[in-house]
Ligand binder design. Structure first.
Ligand code: PRP
Length: 208
C-alpha cells in the first residue's frame, strides 16, 4: 500500500522486540516507547519544508536552513502520550494538541471525550501519535478532526498496526502516510492486535 512506511531501521526492530516482551516492566516500556517514537518521528519528518537562510559561524557565513512549517504533535490519549516527549525533544518548537479518544470495548467504535483545538488551525503539519492501530477507528476519528480543523498535511506515527487498521485509514484518508515499526498478523475477537504487545496504555501507566 502506497501510504505505508514500515521502518527497516535495525534499532527500531531491536527496540520493538524488547517492547513486545511480556516481561518488559512499565519503566522500561515507557523508555522504549519514547525512543521508538523518536526514531519513527525522525523518519516521518524527513519531508518537512525548509526556508534557505545563512548563518554566522566563527569563520564566516554558511548557508543554512530553518523549518518553514509549524509542526503539531497530536497524541491520542492515553497511549499516544508516551510518544510525545521524544519527538518534542527533536522539535522543541512543536505544538502539542491532545485528542481524547477511547475505543468502546463492545462495539470497538471510537468515542471522543477531549478536544480543545482552537477554531483556527495554528500548525501546517500534524503528526498523529498512537502506538497501536487496531481497527483503525481511533486514527480515522483523529484525522477527521484535524482535517475539519483545517490541516491538510497529516501523518500517522504508530508502532504496531493490524492489516484491518491500515486498510481503514487508507480507505478514509488515502493522503495520510502511516509510519510504523511493524505490521502484525491479525486482530483477535476482542479487537486486540496479535501478536502485538497487549494494551499499550495499561503497560505504560501500570493500570493493567
Ligand atoms: C487503544 C490504542 C488506540 C486504540 C486503537 O486505546 O491506544 O488508541 O485503542 O484501537 P482502534 O484502532 O481499534 O481504534 P484505548 O481505547 O484502549 O484507550 P487508552 O489508550 O485510553 O487505553
Amino acid at each position: 500500500m502506497s501510504n505505508l512506511r514500515v521502518s527497516n531501521h535495525p534499532l527500531v526492530k531491536h527496540k520493538l522486540a524488547l517492547l513486545r516482551h511480556v516481561d518488559t516492566e512499565h519503566k522500561k516500556f515507557r523508555e522504549l516507547i519514547r525512543e521508538l517514537a523518536m526514531l519513527l518521528g525522525y523518519e516521518a519528518m524527513a519531508d518537512l519544508r525548509l526556508i534557505e537562510t545563512t548563518t554566522q559561524t566563527p569563520m564566516g557565513i554558511a548557508p543554512g536552513h530553518i523549518l518553514q512549517e509549524a509542526v503539531g504533535l497530536v497524541p491520542i490519549l492515553r497511549a499516544g502520550l508516551g510518544m510525545v516527549d521524544g519527538i518534542h525533544e527533536m522539535v522543541p518548537g512543536a505544538q502539542v494538541w491532545h485528542l481524547g479518544i477511547y475505543r468502546d470495548e463492545k462495539t470497538l467504535r471510537p468515542v471522543s471525550y477531549y478536544n480543545k483545538l482552537p477554531i483556527e488551525p495554528t500548525v501546517q503539519v500534524c503528526l498523529v501519535l498512537d502506538p497501536m492501530l487496531a481497527t483503525g477507528g481511533s486514527a480515522v476519528a483523529a484525522i477527521d478532526v484535524l482535517k475539519a480543523w483545517g490541516v491538510s498535511r497529516i501523518k500517522f506515527v504508530g508502532l504496531i498496526a493490524a492489516p484491518e487498521g491500515i486498510e481503514l485509514v487508507a480507505e478514509n484518508h488515502p493522503d495520510v502516510p502511516l509510519y510504523l515499526a511493524a505490521v502484525d498478523d491479525h486482530l483477535n475477537e476482542n479487537g486486540f492486535i496479535v501478536p502485538g504487545l497487549g494494551d499499550a496504555g495499561d503497560r505504560q501507566f501500570g493500570t493493567a
